[in-house]
Design a protein. Structure first.
Length: 114
């Protein structure tokens, strides 16, 4: 009887832990993936929801390093050739936030926050 009770508690505890993990995952930040190739970003103007943290994954497909920079987002990160970087951004208000490659300022885009 004691063993059955322990088993039930283990099952209930495991289910509770899975539920908590699912809630944490659901509350996680939004993610966008920006690809940098041939001196340009794609997509050039992704849209994300306001008031929510954001993860930006930058994939540099070029043979040279690039520097992802945004003064309005207050972030910058050098991304080596043929590699990727992950940037975490605080929750933002609605607006249009510019980003660019600091090594090639013609390569620009905007994150639309709505």
């Amino acid at each position: 009887m004691f063993v059955d009770m322990v088993r039930k508690l283990m099952v209930v505890g495991s289910a509770g832990m899975l539920l908590m993990a699912a809630q944490v995952h659901a509350a996680g930040p939004n993610e966008i993936c920006l690809t940098y190739a041939n001196g340009q970003f794609e997509p050039k103007e992704p849209t994300v929801p306001a008031d929510s943290p954001l993860t930006i994954r930058v994939k540099n497909m070029d043979a040279k390093a690039m520097e992802f920079e945004s003064e309005t987002l207050k972030i910058e990160k050098v991304v080596a050739a043929n590699s990727e970087a992950v940037l975490n951004v605080r929750a933002m208000k609605s607006g249009r936030y510019e980003f660019y490659n600091d090594f090639n300022e013609k390569a620009r885009g905007f994150i639309n926050v709505q």
